[in-house]
Design a protein around this ligand. Structure first.
Ligand SMILES: Cc1cc2nc3c(=O)[nH]c(=O)nc-3n(C[C@H](O)[C@H](O)[C@H](O)COP(=O)(O)O)c2cc1C
Length: 339
C-alpha cells in the first residue's frame, strides 16, 4: 500500500459488494461523485524556490483545536460494517496521529466507547431528528464525552437516491447493526436557519455547518454566527449535479472573507489535493472514503497507515511548494490548469 488509491482498490476487492456499494456509491448518475475526483486536476500548483524549508510543520489549529495536519477524517456512517471495531478503530488511529476525527450521528459505537479509545482532537457530527428530545439527548451525551465542536450537517433533508444500493439490495439501516443514536430516516426535513439558534442555545461548543455549496448560504451562515463553514456535497451522495466541493470553495471563501473558518471535502486522495484546498481558501480539508477504505482493508492499522501516508504527502508537498506551514499556502500557489 503506497498510496490511498491502493487502499481504495484493495477495499473494493475485499468488502462484500452488497456492503461496498453503500460506501463507494453516489446519488443519481454519480456526476457529482465523478466531479469531486476530477476537480483537483483542474488546478496546478505554483511552487516557489530558494525558500529555506529545513524546518517544516504540518500542524495547525481548527477552531482552537490543535491538530497535526490540515486533513481531518470526515464523519462517515456505520463503520462496523467495515471492521469489527468500527469507529473505535478509527478513533484509536486518529488519536495516535493527532488528527482531527469527526464522528457521525450514525456511529455504530457510542461516544463513550469512542472517547475511551484515545484523547485526540474530536468533533461530533449532528443530524437533527424529527424527535427533538432525542436530538438533545444525543447532543448532551456527545458534549459529556469530550468533543470540542459540533458539526451540523445540513444537506440531508431527504436521503439522496443511491442507485447502487438499490441495485445490489443494500438495506439501510442494516438489520443487525446497532445504531445508538439514530438512523438516516429519522432526520427532519423541516430543519431551517431558525434551528441554528436553538442549537446554539442548547450547545455552547463552536458550531460548524457542513454541506454548504453557495455564497448565499455562506453569507447566511455567517449572519447566524457559525464558527466554521464546511463546503461539501456529501461525497456526491445527495443532490446529483452540484459542483465539486473544490469548485464551490472559492465563492464560499470569498463570501466569508475571514469571518469564519472554511473547510472543504470531496474526492481527496493526495496531499497535493489538500494544498490546493488551502490555496483556494480552506483552512482544512477532510476525507471520507480514503479512510473508509483503509479501515476496511486493515482496521486501525489501515487508518493509521493512510493517515501517515497522507500526512507525509502533505509535508513533502509543502516543502516542495516553498512553504513551511499550512498557513503559508495562499492563492498565489495555484493557477487553473490550461484546457
Ligand atoms: C459511506 C459514507 C457515509 C457517510 N456518512 C455521513 C454521515 O453520517 N454524516 C455526514 O455528515 N456525512 C457523511 N458522509 C459524507 C462525508 O462526511 C464527506 O462529506 C464525504 O465522504 C467526502 O467525500 P469523500 O468520501 O470523497 O472524501 C458519508 C460519506 C460516506 C462515503
Amino acid at each position: 500500500m503506497i498510496n490511498v488509491t491502493d487502499y481504495i482498490e484493495a477495499a473494493r476487492e475485499k468488502v462484500d459488494p452488497k456492503t461496498w456499494c453503500y460506501f463507494e456509491g453516489g446519488a443519481g448518475d454519480e456526476a457529482t461523485l465523478r466531479a469531486n475526483a476530477a476537480a483537483w486536476e483542474r488546478w496546478q500548483l505554483r511552487p516557489r524556490m530558494l525558500v529555506d524549508v529545513s524546518e517544516l510543520t504540518t500542524s495547525t489549529t481548527l477552531l482552537g483545536t490543535e491538530v497535526s495536519t490540515p486533513l481531518g477524517i470526515a464523519p462517515f456512517a456505520m463503520q462496523r460494517l467495515l471492521d469489527p471495531a468500527g469507529e473505535v478503530a478509527t478513533a484509536r488511529a486518529a488519536a495516535a496521529a493527532g488528527t482531527l476525527l469527526c464522528v457521525s450521528t450514525l456511529t455504530t459505537s457510542t461516544h463513550a466507547e469512542i472517547g475511551a479509545a484515545g484523547t485526540g482532537p474530536r468533533w461530533f457530527q449532528l443530524y437533527v431528528l424529527t424527535d427533538r428530545q432525542r436530538t438533545l439527548d444525543h447532543m448532551h451525551e456527545a458534549r459529556e464525552a469530550g468533543y470540542s465542536a459540533l458539526v451540523l450537517t445540513v444537506d440531508v433533508p431527504y436521503l439522496g437516491r443511491r442507485e447502487r444500493d438499490l441495485r445490489l439490495g443494500f438495506e439501510n439501516p442494516p438489520p443487525d447493526l446497532d445504531l445508538p443514536y439514530a438512523n438516516l430516516f429519522e432526520t427532519t426535513p423541516a430543519l431551517s436557519w431558525r434551528d441554528l439558534e436553538w442549537i446554539r442555545s442548547e450547545m455552547p461548543l463552536p458550531l460548524v455547518v457542513k454541506g454548504i455549496l453557495t455564497r448565499e448560504d455562506a453569507e447566511l451562515a455567517v449572519e447566524h454566527g457559525v464558527d466554521a463553514i464546511w463546503v461539501s456535497n456529501h461525497g456526491g451522495r445527495q443532490l446529483d449535479g452540484v459542483p465539486a466541493g473544490l469548485e464551490a470553495l472559492p465563492e464560499v471563501a470569498e463570501a466569508v472573507a475571514g469571518r469564519a473558518e472554511v473547510y472543504v471535502d470531496g474526492g481527496i486522495r493526495r496531499g497535493t489535493d489538500v494544498l490546493k484546498a488551502l490555496a483556494l481558501g480552506a483552512r482544512a480539508a477532510f476525507a471520507g472514503r480514503a479512510f473508509a477504505c483503509a479501515l476496511a482493508v486493515d482496521g486501525e492499522n489501515g487508518v493509521a497507515h493512510a493517515l501517515s501516508l497522507l500526512s507525509e504527502e502533505i509535508r513533502l508537498a509543502l516543502g516542495l511548494l516553498g512553504c513551511t506551514s499550512p498557513e503559508q499556502v495562499g492563492r498565489a500557489h495555484v493557477q487553473p490548469t490550461p484546457s
